[in-house]
Design a protein around this ligand. Sequence first.
Ligand code: SF4
Length: 165
Amino acid sequence: MASLAVWKFASCDGCQLSLLDCEDELLTVADQVTIAHFLEASGDVLPGPYDLSLVEGSVTTSADIARIHRIRDISRVLVTIGACATAGGIQALRNNADVAEYASVVYARPEYLDTLATSTPIAAHVDVDYELHGCPIDKGQLLDTIAAVLVGRKPALPAHSVCFD
Ligand code: SF4
């Protein structure tokens, strides 16, 4: 039985909702996969290591950097899901701006914020096995990737995202 973990970084949760929307399809492989860590769906957490980790969201804090390294260490296959995780997301607009100025405009007490000056993709910090592009991700690609990991083949993914075509 393979174990699946889902992790969230800076994101809107939309890609995790795509996974939740696969409920019926996941039932067909319920005897092959255990959802061991998926806080969006359940507070029950099984300890790692995990066969497959799906990672949503970008890295925006120093705590994120430490956390993604821990997740990489306990994941046999790590797949990033969505534009936030694969490219930094809309929050990466700050990468070419002054984040302190942004924070001072938006927040009454910006001194309580603990944030990096940039939003970066997961692959900028750890090795990533596969990337699912899109905002949100394509459900068919997600299901194929999960099925591929279960049987030990490569997922059938486009060579690169539509944005770069
Ligand atoms: Fe939300 Fe889009 Fe980021 Fe997915 S890629 S978490 S849908 S903003």
